[in-house]
Design a protein around this ligand. Structure first.
Ligand code: FRU
Length: 493
């Protein structure tokens, strides 16, 4: 069974046209063939970043594996055989999302087994384990470790995150749906990673009930510890994807949102969060992010805190109808890795691409005039690049990618309008994002068919798939003087 499934995955990849597709990203993680969704089991071991991911090589036939890719510079990715195949009774309808934890014996991959009764459609969700001594050989435990959701929850119970707490016990956080149809996140505790005791739901004592009935299911909860650089306080940041929320606030235009809360997890109480939640990324495509696992010694309180590096899925549930299916037999990719920084209770996301460093451009320090579009000389002919501008603008200005069938990013005072309506993937009407102020710095990362915009050091981030025409390069134009105080570029092709 396992061999058969692996053979199916290998031969789909061997026949793939993805690498010949001009839209296939050069430095973003994308599937060798078929469909990719959530990042899973992100972990760095001895300088190598391992990214597992939801992988359906036979798309549109549903057969969900954990794909596996590695990188040392986070820009070139090497693909390996899938690490988990949906080859047992409990995960045959999908080896669903989860996380990795390093142990003295190697690495453990925790995930959700998805089973759907073929007659009744009834779902069963189990929390399952694969161990690996070397990240090359993977062994699945014969039976699930947590065989069923606890009393009071439906079978929408998935996406475990497992980590070690400071008292050295282990904790598991799982996305859940209560029996009454509302979303929640549930905690378990263990001393040995095998016997798990239910601790209870995360509660929010200072949130005034804001999260008591907050959507119908919370997917992919992910807890990360960060020091707030403004206050010096160690905080917990809870990222999760509540399905079915309709807040009366700007944003939240996508089918499902991903939000974060800042507080402190004490027992099962997430204290100090007053009910404020913030959308992590304002773009057309973003979901199910995860932070690379850090060990206790790498946490912010340790001696050499490792950066918290996040990877998100640049996609949305149910939006698989993209041009790359026809041109290369693949769909979706990951965002760039992003370092998370907490400042004044707000998350900043900074591109974390050691393999593609920015270099100063000598035209920084000039002023652009209206009516004279500027093509970035270093990026002429390029379809994969980074560009960072420090600006002072007296009137609206624009960054334009591609030609007629391009994408426009327009900055007008304290707003960004992203418009891909004339591109080859025009999904969604132009989107306006309110910024805190007129931006002083904008970084754009573009890689064949994905674009990420980082405004003011990543205070606001906008991810979109951008299927352009064949016109390469990037142009900047303005309706009034645009002072380019500094410019940096990097080219990947
Ligand atoms: C989020 C999600 C997870 C689930 C996985 C299945 O995109 O729905 O909740 O584990 O994708 O592929």
């Amino acid at each position: 069974m396992t061999e058969e499934l692996l053979h199916t995955a290998r031969s789909a990849a061997a026949n793939s046209q993805a690498l010949n597709d001009p839209d296939f990203p050069l430095f973003h993680l994308a599937p060798p063939v078929g469909r990719l969704n959530d990042p899973n089991g992100l972990i760095e071991v001895e300088g190598t970043y391992h990214a597992f991911f939801q992988y359906t090589p036979t798309h549109p036939q549903k057969l969900v594996f954990w794909g596996h890719a590695t990188s040392t510079d986070l820009t070139s990715w090497e693909h390996h055989d899938p690490a988990i195949a949906p080859d047992s009774r409990f995960d045959m309808h999908g080896a669903y999302s989860g996380t990795a934890i390093a142990t003295p014996q190697g690495v453990e991959l925790w995930y959700t087994g998805n089973y759907k009764d073929p007659d009744t459609g009834q779902r069963e969700a189990t929390q399952c384990l694969v161990t690996t001594p070397d990240l090359t050989h993977f062994t699945k435990e014969a039976t699930p470790v947590i065989p069923a959701p606890p009393e009071g929850y439906t079978a929408h119970f998935r996406d475990p995150q497992v980590w070690q707490d400071h008292d050295s016990s282990y904790r598991m956080l799982i996305g859940a749906q209560r029996a009454d149809g509302t979303g929640a996140a549930v905690l378990y505790r263990s001393l040995d990673l095998r016997q798990w005791e239910l601790e209870g739901e995360i509660s929010f004592p200072h949130a005034g009930g804001a999260f008591d009935s907050f959507g119908y299911m919370w997917e992919c909860p992910n807890l990360v510890k960060l020091v707030d650089q403004e206050t010096g306080a160690l905080r917990d940041v809870l990222l999760f994807c509540p399905q079915g929320i309709r807040p009366q606030a700007p944003g939240f235009e996508n089918v499902f949102a991903c939000v974060y809360l800042v507080g402190e997890l004490v027992g099962t109480q997430f204290v100090g969060c007053d009910g404020t939640f913030t959308e992590l990324d304002r773009g057309f495509e973003f979901y199910a992010p995860q932070v690379f696992a850090r060990s206790l010694s790498q946490l912010p309180t340790g001696d050499s805190p490792a950066p918290a590096v996040l990877l998100g899925w640049a996609g949305n549930a149910g939006e698989d109808d993209q041009p790359s299916i026809a041109s290369g037999g693949w769909v979706h990719c990951m965002t760039s890795p992003r370092e998370l920084v907490l400042r004044g209770g707000r998350l900043y996301q900074r591109p974390f691409l050691p393999g593609l460093p920015l270099r100063a451009a000598d035209w920084g320090g000039t002023t652009l005039q209206p009516g004279a579009p500027f093509s970035v000389p270093e990026l002429a002919g390029s379809r994969s690049w980074r560009l960072r501008l420090e600006v002072g603008a007296s009137a609206p200005w624009r960054i334009h990618l591609g030609g007629e069938q391009g994408v426009s990013l327009r900055f007008d005072g304290a707003t960004l309008v992203a418009d891909r309506s004339s591109s080859r993937y025009p999904a969604g009407s132009p989107r306006t994002v309110e910024l805190a102020a007129a931006p002083h710095a904008v970084e754009v990362i573009h890689d064949r068919s994905i674009t990420e915009v980082f405004v003011d050091d990543g205070r606001t981030v906008f991810t979109l798939r951008s299927f352009l025409d064949a016109t390469p390069g990037v142009r900047v134009d303005c309706e009034g003087d645009l002072a380019l105080r500094a410019a940096q570029v990097a080219r990947a092709d």
